[in-house]
Structure formats: structure tokens, C-alpha cells
Design a protein around this ligand. Structure first.
Ligand code: M6R
Length: 623
């Protein structure tokens, strides 16, 4: 979603701003802009709709000198994507210039006040422009920039990360935030940086300060910075060390980040197994206070999109292994179900790759207010979610996920949920000890089976491309493969824009089957386990009504392979005749791979913007 960057130091600000904006491209955006101050030219603003390259073209035509500047990538919420609506925005006198992430809820009332009382003319359709005018009104009344910013945020209702430049107090950047992340980077040569996503800073520094709600930061010359609390008192903030690996922002020889990230999955699972499963098969959570899990009798899982589907799998394994009643809710729907939150014996598990998803953060805050315990499963230890969980975190260790479509974070989230389910099963006396031992032993082979599956990528490509022109797809699965069907449909629609839906296979004949014909293939996950035959019959029912039938089956499959039109074979999964009921337990980690790859190859074949699909953002920081 929108991204903010800023630089003040000894060097040319423009280079830093453009480099940082390049890093933020992965978050998704529809326009970009920069504002740079120099004593000669004052504040110069350039902005452009579309890709960052359009902005870069402008900077090549116009000389932009200056050592202090701010930049922005915008993902439109209020006002269409356009040059005019792109940030930075300024007040009428072009003295105050701002970039803003977030939404001003009382925007209409404030706009009316500014127009009626101060005769201000708005130039854009955005709510963000309010900030520039309000700060301008207060500085006109004689307040200094910091005081004007303080007065402005008193009037704003909504969410914001904000960076401000001013012609009157030129050699500084002011920052503030409320329920939107903003990070300050402390460079080595008296350079100071800011960004809404720490990945934009990692090329310059690993020393960061996370700005907290209502704080104001002033970044000045010669590396001087100061942070004020909401009362205007100078504080001594915690300086954190950033642990991101810049190499992960490289495609490493792959054509797209998405393909690279799909192939990273075995290594990530191996790493997670190393952290959480000891050689003597003990589940361990090195950074988790055991108190968080003690005495819980109910679990509520929250997430959005792919994280929610990981939560669906989590619900099944927590209930079947740990035997703890588990509810699942879209974070965005929790507000509509306030009674869903129980007492302090309820563990809320919030799943979020970015740790910055606004819906998830809001749902978590609501849960915390009601006394729930929080456990975060996230990929970003420095995120707002990790901070809210104050250390009660399981990190997915997946490294930065650049492609908008989530892949490696999904399988990592599932594995973390399995660790949790096993550990709670042990403390809660869920499944018998022997079965848990078997699960722990077998799960160590998952990275290897994933590698074998990935080595079949070219074969999956050959199988899926004949269906590239189909108008829609239906994905079917039961049990643990139902969330995988939903995830397969989400991946396909996100990156190819082909209509696709996932259904619990048994639901097919209760409605969706009416939509199928030869233009709508069904893609069924028919892997061994108690639900094998039922799923197969659902696939055949669709086939007999004209739908081309694709299926994921295991190597030694005998029945489904005779019925379907295209077969996506996956390696045989761990099986014990003694524990037949656990036969499908590991399937999701593997069955998702042909679906991820199929979506990728179709999108690539259709010439889509694989890593940055239209209208989407990597981290959805508005509700
Ligand atoms: O960062 P989060 O895990 O909280 O993001 C949640 C969803 O926005 C995300 O999974 C989204 O659905 C992805 N684009 C799916 O590929």
C-alpha cells in the first residue's frame, strides 16, 4: 500500500528517495512523487501517475538538487489514481509539503471548515491534502512547524503516517503517526532516513527507531534528531537493530520474485524445523513466554486473505491435535462479532505476514481491550503486530516476501501453526503420545518432499498452459485441502485476473455446479485420506457436466488418475497404516505447490504483471 520515504543529510536527496521508492514498489502503488528542498530552488515537487519509471523520467528532465526531501508511492483510496492526486501535497502558498499514508475519517468536516473559514482552494480529490492546509493555517497564525503539526493532529480523526517539509523551517523533516507504521533510520555519515516500511532503509542502515502513535520526530541537519511524546516532552526512544537481509530483494536469477519465493519454501521450512524442533524431537519456542499458552481453553484465530486460509488449516490441526475449541474469523469481520471474544483463557492468534495489515491490527487491539491473550505469527519482527504482541511471537522466518501474492509466508505460517498444535497437544493431553511422536518424526521430511514437488515445475507448466484461455476456474477440496482450494483460487485470481473460486467439494452440488461448462475447468485436490473418494466423486460430477477436470493426485494414485483430464502428480506423503486418520495431515504443504506454480505459469504466459498485480498492495494498511 502507500509508502513514505525521506532523507536529510550531506548527499543528494533525490538519489536516496528514488532508491528507497524502488524498494517500496513491491508493496503495490498507482502513482508516486517526491519533494526536495534546496536554498536556490525552494521546494520542488514532481509527481506522476503509474509506474515509478514515469517519475524517474521526470527527474531526468528537471534538475532536482537539495539534501532534504520526502517521497511517496500512492495506492488510491480517496480520489482516483492521477498526477494531481499523487503525493506530495502542498498548501496554497506551497510552503508546507506533506506525504501521507492512511485515511482521514473526518475529512469532509475539516474540508468544509478550511473552505468556509479560511477560503482555501483544494487542488486534489484526496483527504491527505487537508494536512498541508491545516499545518499551513496554524503556521500562518504564528505557530512553529512542530507546534502547528501538534495542533493539526489534535483535529484529525483517522490513521496516518506523515512526513512534512516546510519552506519556513527548511532544513528538517517532521514526522508523526497514528496507527500506521513509520520508522527512522540512523545512517553512518550523519544521514537520517525515514520510511513507512523498514525494508526501504536496509540498504543504508540497520539502526532504526519505530515512531509510536502521537509522537513527533524532528530530523535535522548534521544527523541531529529529536523525538517528542504527545505532550511535547523530549523522549529517549529505543534504537533497534534491523535484521532484514538485503539479498532477499534480489531475484536471484529467477524471472520473477514470485517464482523465486515459491522455490524458497523448502529452505524456509528447514529453517523453521531447525528453530522449533530439536534433534530429540522437542517442540520449542525460543522467544515465547510459556505463560501465554498456559491454561487456555479456547482459541480465536484472526487474519486476512492468505493468512486467513493458513488460519483455516490452523483451526483444523489445533482442534484435531490439541483438541482445543478453535474459532476463526476474518480480522475485518471481528468488529461485527464483539461477543466472539471470551475471557482471559482465550488465546487470540493473529496471523499476518507483514504485521501491518490494518484490519488485523484493529481486530487485535479490540481483542486486547477485552483481556484476551495475544500470540502473533508474523514474518516481520519489527512490525506493529509484533510490537503489540510484546514478544509473544512466532516468527515465520521467511525473509522479505516481495511478490504481492503470498506463497512462502503461507507454508511458513502453516508450519508454525502445526508446531503450536503439537505443543498444545502435549500440554493439553490431546492426541496420544505415540501419534505425536510419529507426527514430529515425519514432519522433518517435509522440506525434502517439497523439493521433489518443485522439481516437477516444468511438468506442471505443460499441464496448465492448455487452459490459459479459460474464462474461469473452480478449485475443490475437502478437509485440510479445502483451505488449499481457496488459496489456489486466490493465487490464480490475484495474478492472472481470471475469475476463480474455491469451494468445499461437497458444496459443489448445492449451487456452484450451475456455473460450470466447458469454459470452466475444475481443479480438484484428490489426495489419500478419509475424504479421497468423496472428493473424487465431486470432481467426476463436475466432469460429467462438461467441465474440463484437473486434479492433484499422488504418484501411486490408481482411481482419480483414470477419471481426470489433466493430472498434477505430487510425491507420496508420509503414511502409517497404524495412524490412518492422520494420512492427510501433511498434504497442505505439498498440494499447494502445483497450485502456486499453475497460477504463476498462467500469469507469466498471459503477460501479466506477476509480482505487482493491478489494484493490489502487499501490505494493506487501510481498513
Ligand atoms: O500481511 P498479511 O499477511 O496480513 O496480509 C494479508 C493479506 O492481505 C494477504 O495475504 C493477501 O491476501 C495476499 N495478497 C494473498 O496473496
Amino acid at each position: 500500500m502507500c509508502g513514505i520515504v525521506g532523507y536529510i543529510g550531506q548527499e543528494t536527496a533525490l538519489d536516496y528517495l528514488l532508491n528507497s521508492l524502488r524498494v517500496l514498489e513491491y508493496r503495490g502503488y498507482d502513482s508516486s512523487g517526491i519533494a526536495v528542498y534546496s536554498p536556490k530552488a525552494g521546494i520542488q515537487i514532481l509527481k506522476a501517475k503509474g509506474k515509478l519509471s514515469n517519475l524517474i523520467d521526470l527527474t531526468e528532465k528537471q534538475k532536482i538538487a537539495g539534501q532534504v526531501g520526502i517521497g511517496h508511492t500512492r495506492w488510491a483510496t480517496q480520489g482516483a489514481p492521477s498526477d494531481i492526486n499523487a503525493h506530495p501535497h502542498s498548501n496554497a502558498q506551497s510552503e508546507i509539503v506533506i506525504v501521507h499514508n492512511g485515511i482521514i475519517n473526518n475529512y469532509l468536516a475539516l474540508k468544509e471548515e478550511l473552505i468556509n473559514q479560511y477560503k482555501i482552494k483544494f487542488t486534489s480529490e484526496t483527504d491527505s491534502e487537508i494536512f498541508a492546509h491545516l499545518i499551513g493555517v496554524f503556521t500562518e497564525q504564528g505557530l512553529g512547524l512542530k507546534e502547528a503539526l501538534q495542533a493539526t493532529i489534535q483535529k484529525i480523526k483517522g490513521t496516518y503516517a506523515l512526513a512534512v517539509l516546510s519552506k519556513k523551517e527548511p532544513n528538517k523533516i517532521l514526522l508523526t503517526c497514528h496507527e500506521a507504521p513509520l520508522v527512522i533510520g540512523l545512517g553512518k555519515n550523519q544521514d537520517l532516513f525515514c520510511a513507512s516500511d523498514s525494508s526501504a532503509l536496509m540498504q543504508y542502515t540497520d539502526q532504526i527507531i519505530r515512531l509510536k502513535d502521537a509522537q513527533i520526530a524532528e530530523l535535522g541537519e548534521n544527523g541531529k534528531w529529536v523525538i517528542y511524546d504527545e505532550k511535547g516532552i523530549v523522549i529517549n526512544p529505543e534504537i533497534q537493530t534491523l535484521t532484514l537481509d538485503p539479498l532477499l530483494m534480489d531475484k536471484g536469477g529467477y524471472k520473477h520474485f514470485l517464482l523465486k519465493e515459491i522455490h524458497e519454501q523448502p529452505a524456509i521450512l528447514r529453517k523453521l524445523l531447525g528453530v522449533h524442533l530439536s534433534d530429540d524431537l522437542q517442540i520449542q519456542f525460543p522467544k515465547l513466554d510459556p505463560k501465554v499458552l498456559k491454561g487456555i481453553n479456547r482459541i480465536l484465530i484472526l487474519g486476512c486473505g492468505t493468512a486467513y486460509y493458513a488460519g483455516m488449516i490452523g483451526k483444523i490441526v489445533l482442534e484435531s491435535l490439541a483438541q482445543i475449541p478453535t474459532e476463526l474469523e476474518f480480522a475485518s469481520e471481528l468488529l461485527a462479532r464483539p461477543s466472539v471474544l471470551a475471557d482471559e483463557k482465550t488465546l487470540v492468534i493473529a496471523i499476518s505476514q507483514s504485521g501491518e495489515t490494518a484490519d488485523t491490527l484493529l481486530a487485535v487491539k479490540t481483542a486486547l481491550k477485552k483481556g484476551a491473550r495475544l500470540l502473533a505469527i508474523t514474518n516481520r519482527p519489527e512490525s506493529s503486530l509484533a510490537n503489540l504482541a510484546s514478544g509473544a511471537c512466532i516468527l515465520t522466518q521467511a525473509g522479505i516476501e516481495v511478490s504481492v501474492a503470498a506463497t512462502k509466508s503461507f507454508t511458513a505460517q502453516i508450519l508454525c501453526l502445526y508446531f503450536l498444535a503439537i505443543s498444545l497437544s502435549e500440554t493439553n493431553k490431546g492426541l496420544p503420545e505415540k501419534q505425536i511422536e510419529w507426527i514430529k518424526q515425519e514432519m522433518r521430511y517435509l522440506p525434502q518432499i517439497m523439493e521433489q514437488t518443485l522439481s516437477r515445475a516444468e511438468n506442471y507448466k505443460k499441464k496448465i498452459l492448455p487452459y490459459a484461455t479459460k474464462k474461469a476456474f473452480i478449485f475443490l477440496g475437502r478437509g485440510l485441502n479445502y483451505p488449499i482450494a481457496l488459496e489456489g483460487a486466490l493465487k490464480l485470481k490475484e495474478i492472472t485476473y481470471i475469475q476463480s473460486a474455491g469451494y468445499a467439494a461437497g458444496e459443489m452440488k448445492h449451487g456452484p455446479i450451475a456455473t460450470i461448462d466447458e469454459g470452466v475447468p475444475t481443479f480438484s485436490i484428490i489426495t489419500p485420506g478419509p475424504l479421497y473418494h468423496k472428493t473424487l466423486h465431486n470432481a467426476i460430477e463436475a466432469k460429467t457436466r462438461g467441465a474440463p477436470s484437473l486434479g492433484i493426485v499422488v504418484d501411486e494414485d490408481k482411481e482419480a488418475s483414470q477419471e481426470l483430464d489433466a493430472l498434477f502428480y505430487i510425491p507420496t506423503l508420509p503414511f502409517s497404516a497404524e495412524y490412518e486418520h492422520l494420512q492427510d495431515l501433511f498434504t497442505p504443504f505439498i498440494s499447494v505447490i502445483p497450485l502456486q506454480l499453475s497460477a504463476y505459469y498462467l500469469a507469466e504466459y498471459l503477460g501479466k504483471d506477476v509480482d505487482q498485480p493491478r489494484n493490489l498492495a502487499k501490505s494493506v494498511t487501510v481498513e
